[in-house]
Design a protein. Structure first.
Length: 180
């Protein structure tokens, strides 16, 4: 496996999370923003103008967000280091590619965590096949709906390996883990 890096590196990205997603005014976001539009706090240099004060200014959703490396994969690998900030025609294709890659990276991160469970042989085999498929999908730019459905079905089967919250760790089970 290629072991795709699942750590965000904002310095190698084109602020794609600040563009691609929509958000509505809530306790997580201080204003509305349409998908595919740059956040109003994004500077011309591609940096957040309220970075140090995001939480205090009502943008806790930004503080807790992690693209798992999808931003730099799209910017560097899929677009060769080019940016929509230099070529506005790239805005829509980069945002679309980011949304696909972000799903692949997020699900790959969950798969990697699932690999830490004490899986039965058949589930270990399914896990390995899915991880390989998601590694390939991440390289290509994102998973298809069928692959995402396979991953979600696999995640549901992992419940038997996870102790219920508050029940302590049952023998032969891992501690509490979030499985979608």
């Amino acid at each position: 496996m290629s072991q795709i890096e699942l750590r965000a590196d904002c310095a190698r990205c084109a602020a794609l999370c600040c563009v691609a997603f929509h958000f509505e005014r809530s306790n997580q976001f201080g204003c509305d923003k349409a998908a595919g539009r740059p956040c109003g706090h994004l500077g011309r240099d591609g940096r957040c103008g309220i970075y140090r004060d995001r939480a205090d200014r009502g943008f806790r959703g930004c503080v807790g967000y992690d693209c798992h490396g999808a931003g730099q994969r799209v910017t560097q690998a899929l677009f060769g280091g080019r940016s929509w900030m230099d070529d506005p025609a790239l805005l829509a294709p980069m945002a679309e590619a980011f949304l696909r890659a972000e799903r692949a990276h997020r699900l790959l991160a969950i798969l990697r965590k699932a690999g830490n469970l004490d899986l039965a042989a058949e589930d270990r085999w399914r896990h390995a096949r899915l991880e390989e498929a998601f590694e390939a999908a991440a390289v290509e730019g994102g998973p298809g709906a069928a692959l995402e459905a396979q991953a979600r079905a696999f995640f549901r089967t992992l419940r038997r390996y996870v102790a219920p919250r508050g029940a302590g760790n049952a023998p032969g089970r891992a501690g509490p883990t979030a499985v979608p």
